[in-house]
Design a protein around this ligand. Sequence first.
Ligand code: NAD
Ligand code: TDX
Length: 332
Amino acid sequence: MCTLLVTGGAGFIGSNFVHFVVANTDYDVVVLDKLTYAGHRESLAGLPEERVRLVEGDIADATLVDALVQDVDAVVHYAAESHNDNSLNDPSPFVQTNIIGTFVLLEAVRKYGTRFHHISTDEVYGDLELDDPAKFTPETPYNPSSPYSSTKAGSDHLVRAWVRSFGVNATLSNCSNNYGPRQHVEKFIPRQITNVIDGVRPRLYGKGENVRDWIHADDHSSAVLAILERGQAGQTYLIGADGEKNNLQVVRAILTQMGQDSDAFDHVKDRPGHDMRYAIDATRLREELGWEPKYTDFEAGLSATITWYRENESWWRAQKAAAEAKYAKTGH
Ligand code: NAD
Ligand code: TDX
């Protein structure tokens, strides 16, 4: 394997993966990214031009995808519409990119016999009760709640069907909530960090009891690389680092680390259909591939993330007003 096509490589997790691949392997990377509101050329700044090439285009453009796939050794598919709140306001681009876009990529890898890794989310499993000791496993039935998670679930089913019906050489991974540098300011952690920088109080949906299983984006990248290189064809791997925290704990940690009173936040109206709890059992990944997370101290990872947003205001400043204008329309 020497050249990877990374779709969505100018977004949050995709760009962290590209940086990780350049630092830790000899692979070259072609990024295919539509540069939507969530994609940023600057997220790939500083990477060696002889190893990383950005192609601006749509994963649903079959002609472009065909031309790119025939020249690479593997496809790692991150591109998606990724934000639940946006999917509640307008589901249409979610169906188009997450389902049709994945279909177009699958047809190209089928034609050329190319290795494919599909990036998905734990949200395809729906949610767990707060007092339920269970975690999601690869056997958990699909039960997505939002337009976002249902389109991701649809894309997972397409990949599995292409494996079984056409013998496509694909693996899948379903990861929990990521945090780290270059995450769009619409998302929970960067929204609250940049609010505090701007002197605005963080905004917590509902009571803040909802639990997310936080993992640093670099740990997601090391897991994806392990699956790409050593995963079993057709297999699904759950990625998580035992990082369960409720939103109230996270907002208080942000406020405390940024020198504010830990009560200096506001409760706002809840997200419709808000999933209560996600939790990942990553046993297969740990035991079969020997993967382990490096960022096991959430407070330390959060501190580094806060520093990144403080030091890289030029990266996020242009997104901030537009993201907050969208939230203002829904009272969030
Ligand atoms: P993001 O919104 O930050 O990035 C998505 C990228 O995809 C952007 O660069 C965007 O320009 C690009 N894109 C969107 N539509 C496209 C299209 N039609 N053609 C080409 N490029 C397109 O998202 P993210 O948070 O980095 O998520 C990346 C992937 O990881 C998604 O598949 C998401 O479902 C999955 N995931 C995310 C999380 C999380 O916590 N953020 C957790 C688990 C899985
Ligand atoms: O301002 C906010 N206040 C708040 O309380 C925002 C933006 C969010 N929240 C809550 C909602 C969630 O319980 O914080 C939690 C995290 O919210 P998001 O960052 O929007 O993430 P989530 O909906 O959990 O989905 C994320 O993880 C799974 C990613 O956006 C998805 O792409 C991924 O699949």
